[in-house]
Write a protein that binds this ligand. Structure first.
Ligand code: MRU
Length: 383
């Protein structure tokens, strides 16, 4: 996507310095667009844990590049125990953020590639290629989600005789959360680029304000009309006919279609159901955890620092970004990062292979290779 007219992805290897991976430091947005160099796997683990990079698909891509950096260092130091180093690094990366399954998915895929190597030098080349390939595939998946999801917006647009389609989204499931395009935003960008009138209600998404800081910024950069709303406004907007479609991302989706996403998503799904509004979850297949069934019971939910709730951060009149406490000094806070929307509240899942009902059969119609018993075959698009 473009930033002030220049195309960017969220993560890329420095073409001139082997052993350097570049990321957009999202902690500084929207006030400053800053690129950070990451040179070690430890640095990448910190970038993921402290949310320089965030969003499920991007966390996966970042972990893949982190392991490529570990392999680079092992080869440079001629480390005989290069494979053990990679396994240790993999564990460290997996522990950074527990909910987004893309992280473990990417780490396991890179380790599989490493196991096929006979030397640190070979692993350096192979892991770099694999990390690049993961990014290429994630970009293609998000572009396909955009093409499939566009249909949903087109249908509403026709019904409304071309009046703006109002989409409500939560958190940042945009290109900043992926390598490019976004998941929930991909159909929105596709609709906007196709000339459809679309307007986005952007949930501010406390406590880290990914909606206010990131979604608003990237929609603005792309010229998509949008309005920032407090997290609690969605139900009111829906009751008054101001929302046509809810479209959110996901951090982990179970084989039955339960979807973990940023805390507060479940409440939007409840309000959408009460108002008979379509509620879609957009995700690449790297977000599906085929080992889990019941999302509410089985998906691990990240608990983050209390101070993310107790403090808010913003740009002051003097141009300095500061953090201020919003509660009494002694007040304790709970900071669950995600919640799970049960499949029964999800109208459909928008994936790179098409749109399907949020059910085990629905997902398996698109991904037959994950049928229980392992029967493969070509995907059959549904709904
Ligand atoms: O805690 P974050 O900012 O990493 O959470 C991100 C989200 O919940 C996104 O909506 C989700 O990862 C979907 S990303 C395309």
């Amino acid at each position: 996507m473009k930033v002030n007219g220049t195309s960017f992805q969220t993560i890329w290897p420095d073409p001139e310095r082997e052993g350097v991976v570049r990321i957009i430091d999202q902690r500084q947005l929207p006030h400053r667009f800053a690129i950070e160099d990451v040179c070690t796997v430890e640095g990448m683990a910190t970038a993921i844990r402290d949310m320089h990079v965030r969003g499920a698909p991007l966390i996966g891509a970042a972990a893949a590049w982190g392991l490529a950096l570990a392999a680079h260092a092992a080869a440079t130091n001629a480390a005989a125990n290069w494979y053990e180093i990679l396994v240790r690094s993999a564990e460290e990366l997996k522990a950074t953020r527990p909910t987004a399954v893309n992280l473990a998915w990417a780490v396991d895929r890179i380790l599989t590639a490493a196991r096929a190597c006979r030397s640190a030098g070979e692993a350096r080349e192979r892991l770099r290629a694999e990390a690049r390939q993961i990014c290429t595939e994630e970009v293609a998946a998000c572009a396909a989600i955009g093409r499939h999801g566009l249909r949903l917006i087109q249908e509403i647009s026709v019904r409304k005789n071309g009046s703006p389609v109002n989409v409500l989204t939560h958190c940042n499931a945009g290109w900043l959360a992926c390598v490019d395009h976004g998941t929930a935003t991909a159909p929105i960008y596709a609709a906007h680029d196709a000339g459809l009138a679309v307007h986005v209600w952007v949930d501010e998404t406390r406590p880290r304000s990914q909606g206010a800081k990131l979604t608003a910024w990237e929609l603005g950069m792309h010229g998509v009309p949008h309005t920032l709303v407090p997290d609690n406004a969605g139900g009111h907007l829906m009751q008054h006919g101001l929302v046509d479609l809810c479209l959110v991302g996901a951090d982990r989706v179970t084989r039955r279609g339960d979807a973990a996403n940023k805390i507060g998503t479940y409440l939007k799904a409840l309000a959408a159901a009460d108002n008979r509004l379509p509620f879609y979850v957009a995700l690449p297949s790297s977000t599906i955890d085929w080992t889990l069934h019941d999302g509410v019971r089985e998906i691990p939910i990240e608990s983050r620092a209390e101070d993310e709730v107790r403090f808010v951060e913003g740009l002051c009149e003097d141009g300095v970004v500061r953090s201020v406490r919003v509660c009494p000094k002694e007040t304790r806070a709970a900071n669950y990062g995600f919640d799970v929307t049960p499949a029964r509240l999800v109208t459909g899942l928008v994936t790179e292979r098409g749109i399907c009902p949020a059910t085990e059969d629905g997902l398996q119609s698109l991904f037959p290779e994950h049928r229980a018993g392992g029967a493969g075959g070509r995907p059959r698009p549904t709904c």
